[in-house]
Design a protein around this ligand. Sequence first.
Ligand code: MG
Length: 374
Amino acid sequence: MDRREFIGASLTAAAAAGLSACGVKTTGKPKATGAKMKLSFYPYELQLAHTFTVSSYSRKTTPDVQVEIEYEGLTGYGEASMPPYLGHTVESVCDFLSKVDLSGFDSPFLQEDIMEYLDTLSEGDAPAKAAVDIALHDLCGKLSGQPLYRLWGYNPAKAGPTTFTIGIDTPEVVREKTLECAGKFKILKVKVGLDSDEMMIRTIRSVTDVPLAVDANQGWKDKQKALDEIFWLKEQGIVLVEQPMPKERLDDVAWITERSPLPIIADEAIQRLKDIPRIKGAYSGINIKLMKSTGLLEARKMIAYARAEGMKVMVGCMTETSCACTAAAQLAPAADFCDIDGNLLITNDLFEGMKVVNGDMILPDRPGLGLKKL
Ligand code: MG
C-alpha cells in the first residue's frame, strides 16, 4: 500500500467509525441517501392452549402486535407481546409505532442509532421497541445471508434445552399437564408463590424426575420461610429459583441469595441494561426477556455486563409467536438457562422457527431469524 492508498483507506475507516477526516466525531442522524425502510404493524391476539395462572393473575389470551420492516425487497419480522402485568396495551404499542419515522436512516444495519432514536421517543414502550429491534435484526441477517447466531459467533449446537412452564392449577390438571410434557423436555419450570407450592412440586414429582426450575413471581413474602422452602426445593431436584420475593425488597432477596443453595434469578426486578448495577450482588443472575430489554441489541449488552459481574444468564420470553421466541433463541448458546416456550403455549402461531427436539432447541439454519411464515 503506498501513501495515497493508505490515506484513502484511513478516510474510509474513519467514515465507517463515524469520525470526520480530522478525527472529530460527527453527530446527528445520518442523512438518508439510498433505499428506505418501510415499517408496518398490526394487532394479533394470541390464543393460549390452557388458561395460564401465576401467583398474581390468570389469563386465556395475550395481546400482541406484529411488525414488518421492508427494505430492498426483503421483509424483517418483529413482534411486541404484552402480558398484562407490564402495563402495555395494543393501543400503547400502536401509538408508539405510529410515531416511529425510519426515513432518516439509510439502512437497518444502523441498529445503535435507530435504538438510540427510539429511546428519545419515550422512556418506556419496551415491547414496541423490541418489535422494531427484532425486525431490524431479521433484516440484517437476511441482507448478510446468515443466521444471526452465526453473525454473532455463537455455536447453534450449544443452544441446549429450554424449560417448559407449568402454571399453578389443581393437582389433577398439574398431573395431566406434566404427563403431557414430561417426555418432551429435559427441564420443566414450575410456577409457585401461592399456598400450593408443596402440592405443585409433589404432584410433578409423582410423574417425573426431570430437573425443575421454580418461579415464585414475587409471591413469597417472608424471607426466612422462603429460604426454608428453597432448602426443601433443593432436595426435590430444583435447580434454580426465579424472583422469590417482591422486586422492591432487594435487601431481603440479597439475604436469601447469600444463604441459598440454589441460584436466585431476577426477573421482574430487571428490565434493561441500566438495571443491572442496582441489583448485582442481590441476585445470582438475570432473566433477560426481549420484551423488557427493548430487543436483541440491548440483550447482548446485558449478557456481556452480567458475565463481567460473574452473574448467571437466563433467557426467557413472554407468550409470543415463533417470531420473538426464535429471536430470543438466537441468544441461547450464550445463556446458562433458557425458558423459551412461549410459542408452544399458543394455538395460533404465525411462523415456523426455532423447534424443540428431544428437549433441545434447534435453531433454523436460514438467514436472519430463519422464520417461515405459516
Ligand atoms: Mg419469571
